[in-house]
Structures are given as C-alpha cells and as structure tokens.
Design a protein around this ligand. Sequence first.
Ligand code: FES
Length: 149
Amino acid sequence: MAGRTELTTLETVQESRSWLFTVRDRYGEAEEAILVPCEDGVEGWINRCMHEPQRLDVGRGVAMRDDEIICPRHGSMYDACSGACDNGEAAGTRLVGVDVTVEDGRVFLTDSIYQFDHEGGLEDDGEADENESDEDGDGGPSSTSHISF
Ligand code: FES
C-alpha cells in the first residue's frame, strides 16, 4: 500500500527513451527497473529479459525500435506498452511489470511489491545479477576490473 515515490518526469523518459532505476522487492532484493515511453505515457518493467538473465538496459539506455524494446543479447523485441514478446528466443513471454503512475507530467512508482531504492542501476558491473552467492556486505564495490594492455 505504501505510498508512492516520485521518480522522474514524463518529459525525461520521452526524451531519453528510457530511465534506469533500482528497486527492492518484498524480500529486500534489489532489482533494476526501467521506464520506457509508450503511447499512454510511461511503462515500468524489470530490467531483465525473460529468455535469459540479460539486462535490457545495460547502462546506455534501452534500445528501442517502433515502440518495442530490443533485447541486446538475442534481439527479441518486447512491446513497450504491454511487455509482451512474440518473436525470437523470448517469444511467448512478457516482461515483469513495475507499476507507475503519471500525474501532471511527473512519474511515480506506485507498485505494491517494488519500492524505490535509487536512481541508476545496481552498483555491480552489470553482468549477471542473479547470483546471490556474494555475501551482501555492503561495501565492496566489486571492482571494475582494471584492464591493462
Ligand atoms: S537473452 Fe533476451 S532474447 Fe535471449
């Protein structure tokens, strides 16, 4: 029931075409979510393809074409408004929705399960989010590898 949290503005989502944020589910697990424009305004989805645990927005914004979200791994396309996919590897699936409401051009998170945590993605470097084997301390910024050539 909780309240609602203001996320951003409709204009921002429409201009940037996607907006990445992090939520926590009822178990306190953090998940990334995205806002994308759709004809009614904005829709919210968990930032994960339903075929494999692949982020749709890998930190550079969601790739979209004709109001469809394109999975960067195998190219399945999801309807930005319904979350449904009818093509490619993810055919027959639907993205996990995150309830948002638009009011006076402002976008609010109004989901009964997901609560706002912070703007942007999870702190990790964006490969698999599924492994919970990390002991979730707090601190260790899992160091982005220093690549030296
Ligand atoms: S991981 Fe998205 S279509 Fe395969």
